[in-house]
Ligand binder design. Structure first.
Ligand code: GLU
Length: 430
């Protein structure tokens, strides 16, 4: 008989639990695990990360000094395939955050049924205050430090908060220099010139839109004229906004870390994106009413797209959210308390591990193309993406209806079952 033992990880203090993303990820897991008859040991195993690496490393700074940075790479699970997940650069990165994000990647890849496990990486830094040269130095050294984990078969990084195709190019180059030959399949989200995939830049926003259209259809809300609020106007949020606009939706508000703008008659989402690219923020956009991020979340609308950091919807504000659909383009924007409040209010939440899975899905296509050294057309990629997102949405909705559970719990049930079945079939080594 296998005993259920739970490894003790050093997490943040218990009184900080409400803000600890890893504990939130575990609570979400526990809630869904109750619906499943998991084998002894499997539940305890899936609720913790498999491998973790913490690295402190020196980087040359432009003024001639050397600064020490701290980074992490966590592989939550590799049962269904290589560990997959992005790398973020942010001053607030913590090991617990990276653990949570790695766990969410495992479930995300399982929800859309692509043959990956989950990983995440992060470096504590403020890339907005660093030069290109410093960012390159940091990226190359961090890549070397975590390269013991990385390989096309083992662990494949990608972009996340504050990292982009150029950073992926440095990762690909550094790894390839160590190997002595070009290894494009070791990282995704690369520039097209070095083995990136068409459609990858838009993929997270496009996946968000595909699942939003499915949700609107299910709720019988016409997309034509639907009012959309986008909190965070980065890559995923701005793409989601202009694609929804192409379907006839009205984008009435958007924001970034500096604040938001509002116009009941709707914005041209592409013009606002260009404005932000030029000025660094949406806030000065002409002819718009200004509002705070907190006010923006409480606007009456059909669709709210949160694309900002974790914990956008908490027990403090979830009761004031007036959207009919919340499409989580960000990872972890909702606490378990907020989930319950929104479920009771009848708000339809498309959970992050489903809603923003378009990014990793096209990362998967990129990896497959790199391994085959044979590239597909953008039309083919978008069509395959749509097929996967629609099928996954339908799978999750069916479970949600059958179990009378919210969409997040339903997505977890689907994902945990896939990973636990794979674990059981493979068996425990030795
Ligand atoms: N960072 C993205 C995510 O959270 C993409 C990960 C990937 O493509 O591997 O899903």
């Amino acid at each position: 008989m296998i005993q259920e033992t739970q490894p003790q990880l050093a997490t943040r203090a218990a009184d900080d639990a409400a803000a600890n993303p890893f504990e939130i990820a575990q609570r979400q897991f526990d809630k869904a695990a109750e619906y499943l008859d998991l084998k002894a040991g499997v539940r305890a195993w899936l609720r913790v990360p498999h491998r973790e690496i913490a690295v402190n490393f020196p980087v040359h700074i432009d003024d001639g000094s050397v600064e020490i940075f701290t980074g992490y790479r966590v592989q939550h699970n590799t049962t269904r395939g290589p560990a997959k997940g992005g790398i973020r650069y942010h001053p607030d990165v913590t090991l617990d955050e990276v653990r949570a994000l790695s766990m969410w990647m495992t479930w995300k890849c399982a929800v859309v049924n692509i043959p990956y496990g989950g990983a995440k990486g992060g470096v504590i830094c403020n890339p907005k205050q660093m030069s290109q040269n410093e960012l390159e130095n940091l990226t190359r050294r961090y890549t070397s430090e975590i390269s013991v984990f990385m390989s096309p078969e083992g662990d494949i990084p990608a972009p996340d908060v504050n990292t982009n195709p150029q950073v992926m190019a440095w990762i690909m180059d550094t790894y390839s220099m160590h190997r002595g030959y070009s290894t494009p399949a070791v990282v995704t989200g690369k520039p097209i010139e070095i083995g990136g995939s068409l459609g990858r830049n838009e993929a997270t926003g496009r996946g968000t839109v595909i699942t939003t259209l499915e949700a609107l259809e299910h709720l019988e809300i016409p997309v034509e004229g639907a009012e959309v609020v986008v909190q965070g106007y980065g890559n995923a949020g701005s793409v989601a906004a202009y694609l929804l606009q192409d379907y006839g939706a009205k984008i009435i508000a958007m924001s970034d870390s500096r604040g938001g703008i509002y116009n009941r008659d709707g914005f041209d989402a592409r013009e606002v994106k260009d404005f932000k690219a030029e000025t660094g923020s949406v806030v000065e956009y002409p002819g718009a009413e200004g509002l705070t991020n907190a006010e923006l979340l409480e606007l009456k609308c059909d669709v709210l797209v949160p694309e900002m950091e974790e914990h956008t919807s908490t027990e403090d504000n979830a009761g004031h959210i007036k959207a009919k659909v919340v499409a989580e383009a960000a990872n972890g924007p909702t606490t378990p308390e907020a989930d319950e409040i929104m479920y009771e209010k009848g708000i339809f939440v498309i959970p992050d591990i489903l809603c923003n899975a378009g990014g990793v899905t096209v990362s998967y296509f990129e990896w497959v193309q790199d391994l085959q050294a044979f590239f597909w057309s953008e039309g083919e990629i978008n069509q395959q993406l749509e097929g996967i997102m629609v099928r996954s949405f339908d799978d999750v909705l069916s479970i949600s209806q059958e179990k009378e559970a919210d969409m997040r719990t339903a997505a977890y049930i689907l994902a945990i079952k896939r990973v636990s079945d794979a674990t059981t079939i493979r068996g425990i080594y030795p």
